[in-house]
Design a protein around this ligand. Structure first.
Ligand code: Z5A
Ligand code: MG
Length: 234
């Protein structure tokens, strides 16, 4: 490497996407491949169902418990804040972080909720959904794994959890599209916007894996000169 890597930190890579798009498959493969190449890397996932907050989220997703929509939204965000300082110190220590879902899922899934009586009006405003995640460690790269509802269906369809219904997934898809285009345009007043890249995840696993690797490895190899950003802040 030509430059002085000592002053550089490791990158924070988030993999987002629709249900059954292969996030868990691809984050695991990327993690393995990085380790095989001698790169220090840590794999994290949201929701992290292992913490006390994560256990409340898990019970809600499996419909074992009921929670107010705002309360559960704040729990998803708190579940990220629990790890925020650890994420920053890990990156500064030179360990790459690969993260399966992050704040973008938080916004898309909550803002997609509608009341059964009025399916065209959202229950929670988009900006309200974004607010609790403002200031979280900003990823350096977000890879959005994109598949069509038909492709998701061919992968065994959606599962049994609370949000795994076709109409909900269609609204989530539209919201992810909105978040992605805001990211790609950049937005006034919010400089800490990660690079957002859409990856066609409808292809064979190995093809997607190579595509992900080609996007991630240059960042790992170069390191990041800038400090860890704060999401959606100046
Ligand atoms: N949620 C929220 O509301 N707010 C938040 O802040 C956050 C999340 C962070 C649980 O998430 C729910 O929480 C989720 C969003 C909400 N609700 N929904 N719906 P989760 O991450 O725990 O969800 P999951 O159970 O892991 O499912 P998933 O993410 O939808 O799946 P995936 O990780 O994207 O896919 P996969 O498990 O890697 O693959 C799915 C299947 O497809 C599997 O059989 C693979 O072998 C197969 N597969 C994968 N890639 C391919 C290719 N390329 N070709 C063919 N088959 C493939
Ligand atoms: Mg998954």
């Amino acid at each position: 490497m030509a430059h002085d890597t000592q002053k550089r930190r490791a990158p924070f890579i988030v993999i987002e996407g629709l249900d059954r798009s292969g996030k868990t498959t691809q984050t695991a493969r990327l993690h393995e491949q990085l380790k095989a190449n001698g790169v220090e890397a840590s794999l994290i996932k949201f929701p992290d169902r292992s913490t006390p907050i994560g256990k409340m989220i898990d019970a809600y997703l499996r419909s074992v418990s009921e929670l107010d929509d705002r309360a559960v939204h704040l729990l998803f965000s708190a579940n990220r804040w629990e790890l925020a300082s650890k994420i920053e110190s890990t990156l500064l220590a030179g360990t790459t972080i690969i993260c399966d879902r992050y704040a973008f899922s938080g916004i898309a899934f909550s803002a997609a909720k509608v009341s059964p009586a009025e399916p065209s009006s959202p229950l929670l405003p988009f900006e309200w959904c974004r607010a609790p995640d403002i200031g979280l460690p900003a990823p350096d790269l977000v890879l959005f794994l994109d598949i069509t509802p038909e492709q998701a269906r061919a992968r065994g369809g959606y599962g049994e959890e609370r949000y795994e219904k076709e109409e909900m997934q269609a609204r989530v898809r539209a919201l992810f599209g909105q978040i992605g285009s805001e990211m790609q345009r950049g937005s006034e007043g919010a400089e800490n916007m990660p690079r957002w890249v859409v990856v066609d995840a409808g292809r064979e696993m190995e093809v997607v894996e190579r595509n992900v690797w080609d996007l991630v490895y240059p960042l790992v190899e170069e390191g990041i000169a800038e400090p860890v950003g704060k999401l959606w802040t100046r």
